[in-house]
Design a protein. Structure first.
Ligand code: MEV
Length: 431
């Protein structure tokens, strides 16, 4: 089959056989033969490796790995690895990215990779005086933290700043919380930050007269935010039933609903995280940390709110998103998992900031796709088409017949395996 491809825009990719998809990807993403061989390996992760990663390992878990197509981010083509079980996620992200690339694509960026390590102090008698003493001792504390990670320092990263958060009125009396702000470079940073907080806490106890309790990073990585924006002229929003300005108006109403109602904001953000988590999984990130940080950030003003914003201005729909994204492109976990390694290479990211920026753009694309479907056809139409495709395959339809079976299922409205089997049997009988 002939395919027209430029960068991440690959026409009819989903219709190709698996080996044709891999060849096309190899050409477009500059992958090597061993990447393709690796993907064809039926074991995604050797059990021996899994056995060293966690306790009580009994196997490895499979999950579909797909490619988000059509992404143009900061003028650069990106093929986005996505691991997810929900049928519509990859298709929706790719179709949103296709529309948005016609409007110039996404613009995305991420802050320097600053993580927060927290040290909890109890028994500090004068919180204000202790805070002042800590600020005065900051250079000494930072030097001690950096002394345990000379490699970080050599790479231009390391402990940067001391911040103090007095909590005068907790359920267990006053506490002083010290934040150690660490530039973690291209790592997610949990290990470095946790070990630094442990190293400096005896000094902090001495300075404040308090006793250190918890010493651990915060997943509310709000000094490590990523952002993405898209500007979509109304004419690109047109559907069969609605003209562009009407779709834009409906999108605004959908966003206003999420901004006013945490019940809706939660589902709105779930849609955002459909994309972000899929990339997080495919690139080996700590997705629980990302989830925790995203939802805490969404509630930062005292009420849970949407992570994205949509508004209209002079014939253009403007979308933006901002959230903490503590992600890494280096670290043992990433290096020992060949598929994760492949995902990072296909995406072409080296720096953690670049990965975070791409993930923010994917979250915005996913949110756009969900909202556009919800305000026009409703979400079920697209879902049902994909579900029908799955049923056609389950009913034994070969590739050459699948499309016909899907059409038959959608036309009769009975999206069931028994109906798919009936249609397959009748096509075979007619042939
Ligand atoms: C489903 O996985 C995600 C959506 O519910 C998101 C949304 O409602 O915005 C469609």
């Amino acid at each position: 089959m002939h395919t027209r491809t430029t960068g991440s825009r690959i026409e009819g990719f989903y219709k190709l056989q698996r080996n044709q998809r891999l060849t096309t990807l190899a050409q477009n993403a500059g992958l090597e033969d061993h990447d393709v061989t690796e993907l064809l390996n039926p074991t995604p992760l050797a059990f021996e490796v899994a056995d060293h990663m966690i306790e009580n390992a009994i196997g490895v878990l499979g999950l579909p790995l797909g490619v988000g197509l059509n992404f143009l981010i900061n003028g650069r083509e990106r093929l986005v690895p996505m691991a997810v079980e929900e049928p519509s996620v990859v298709a929706a992200a790719s179709s949103a990215a296709r529309l948005i690339r016609e409007a110039g694509g996404f613009f995305a960026e991420a802050d320097a990779p600053l993580m927060i390590g927290q040290i909890q102090l109890v028994g500090v008698t004068a919180l204000d005086a202790a805070s002042e003493d800590l600020h005065a001792a900051a250079p000494r504390l930072l030097a001690a933290a950096n002394a345990v990670h000379p490699n970080m320092l050599r790479r231009g990263a390391g402990a940067r700043k001391i911040e103090v958060r007095p909590l005068p009125d907790t359920a267990c009396g006053p506490m002083l919380i010290v934040h150690l702000i660490v530039d973690v470079g291209d790592a997610m940073g949990a290990n470095a930050v946790n070990s630094m907080t442990e190293i400096v806490s005896p000094m902090i106890e001495e300075i404040t007269g308090g006793e250190a309790r918890l010493r651990i990073l915060s997943n509310l990585a709000d000094q490590r935010l990523a952002r993405a924006t898209a500007r979509i002229p109304f004419h690109l929003l047109k559907t069969e039933r609605f003209d562009g300005p009407e779709v834009a108006q409906r999108m605004m109403e959908a966003w206003a609903f999420a901004a006013a109602d945490p019940y809706r904001a939660t589902t709105h953000n779930k849609g955002v995280m459909n994309g972000i988590d899929a990339v997080a999984l495919a690139t080996g990130q700590d997705w629980r940390g990302i989830e925790a940080g995203a939802h805490a950030y969404a509630a930062r003003h005292g009420r849970y709110a949407p992570l994205s914003e949509w508004r209209v201005d002079k014939g253009v729909l403007l979308g933006s998103i901002e959230l903490p994204l503590a992600v890494g492109t280096v670290g043992g976990n990433l290096e020992c998992n060949p598929r994760v390694n492949f995902g990072l290479r296909m995406l072409g990211v080296r720096a953690a900031r670049d990965l975070a920026a791409v993930m923010a753009a994917v979250g915005l694309a996913q949110n756009f796709a969900a909202m556009r479907a919800l305000v026009t056809d409703g979400i079920q139409r697209g879902h049902m088409a994909l579900h029908a495709r799955g049923l056609a395959v389950a009913a034994g339809a070969p590739d050459s017949m699948a499309e016909q079976v899907v059409e038959g299922l959608l036309a009769c409205g009975e999206i069931k395996l028994s109906k798919a089997r009936e249609i397959v049997a009748s096509i075979r009988a007619a042939a």
